[in-house]
Write a protein that binds this ligand. Sequence first.
Ligand code: NAD
Ligand code: MG
Length: 407
Amino acid sequence: MKQSGILQLTLLGATGSIGRSTLDVISRHSDRYKVFALTANTNVDAMEKLCEQWQPEFAVMNDESSATQLGSRLRRKNIRTEVLSGVSGLLQVVEDDAVDCVVAAIVGAAGLVPTLASAKAGKRVLLANKEALVMSGKLFMDAVRDNNALLMPVDSEHNAVFQCMPDSLTAHHTSVKMTNSEAKSGIKRILLTASGGPFRTWSAEQLRDVTPEQAVNHPNWDMGRKISVDSATLMNKGLELIEAYWLFDMDIANIDVVIHPQSVIHSMVSYEDGSVLAQLGNPDMRTPVAHALAWPERIESGVEPLNIFDVAKLDFEQPDLDRFPCLRLCYEAISMGGTASVVLNAANEVAVDAFLESKIGFTDIARLIEQTLNAATITQDVSSLELILEADVTARTITNKCISAMH
Ligand code: NAD
Ligand code: MG
């Protein structure tokens, strides 16, 4: 934190759902946080409004033409934000010495390079972009440790697990210190909760006819389109299993997925002595964002406290891996190791895009991921970013070919 006591923040993915939640939380705490940089894909209108409101030092657009457009609009309004573009722009705004904290909220593999760079630059990293960790696992966690970064999970389940971990671990000021297995402090299991998505009770036949509109309409959470589809296929929970495996250095056999349709318990940690600690709250991402921003302090997030009498009833079920094969494929990718998680993630991104464009059906998503995992050469060497990005590109080509073959 700078002498002024104000934390300077780069928000990757400012126009998205997590981006909005983050800006809402920090708007309540102008004495603690200042926006240094905002980034987005191509939405110039949304970024123009955000720059007007937040007056950041930098704005980064994915492509040059969006950046040029944004730049000229801001100049016309006498807004002094400097507009950059592409990966070089993203790297500049995460690596700048003025930046204390990076909120990694780009969706998908596109977030990997800047998210990894923020760990390498030793920042406080608020990780929402789970795909980055799924792809780069060990490389990412090593970068956090070697560069003394502070990794705070924003994904609600992982943030809940973090909150249920003993102080003796979290007081190390970095969750990565949890990788000292001797310091596990009696933790036996992690119970990751899942809402089960909008099709939890649907039959295999019904699932075949799911439309994109139905899939993006999540019962409990308001999220971006890609993660909404992932929640509907349970791929999101599979990606979160892999995320928990890396974040908490936990054997996958000791991580349970628990279907909990009310989304009130955000996850649990089970201890040697029989205690099970849970974190509860209304399903609103401003809670984990506020926790990750302020930890070890607590700040107001704008989220209403949970009314336990309104909730009244909590249900728990086993996940059904037959109706939701994406979750099974995640277990398989973990046991294959190496580039398998990269391939799984890439195939999923391509398949979800194709589903959202109505080019394939809902149940084709899992089928395409399985085909890609079978066709790709899985290698165990994931020691460099180049190898990971290469596996990602190759897998996308395979999935796209499989989609073409379907038509
Ligand atoms: P979203 O689609 O609402 O927003 C994505 C953001 O990323 C946007 O700002 C967009 O401009 C930017 N972006 C997209 N493609 C880009 C590219 N190629 N280059 C640069 N920027 C790009 O997504 P979201 O729901 O906010 O999710 C963001 C991340 O957080 C995802 O990894 C998701 O899994 C994770 N997450 C989201 C939630 C949630 O409740 N929304 C919860 C937990 C984790
Ligand atoms: Mg989650």
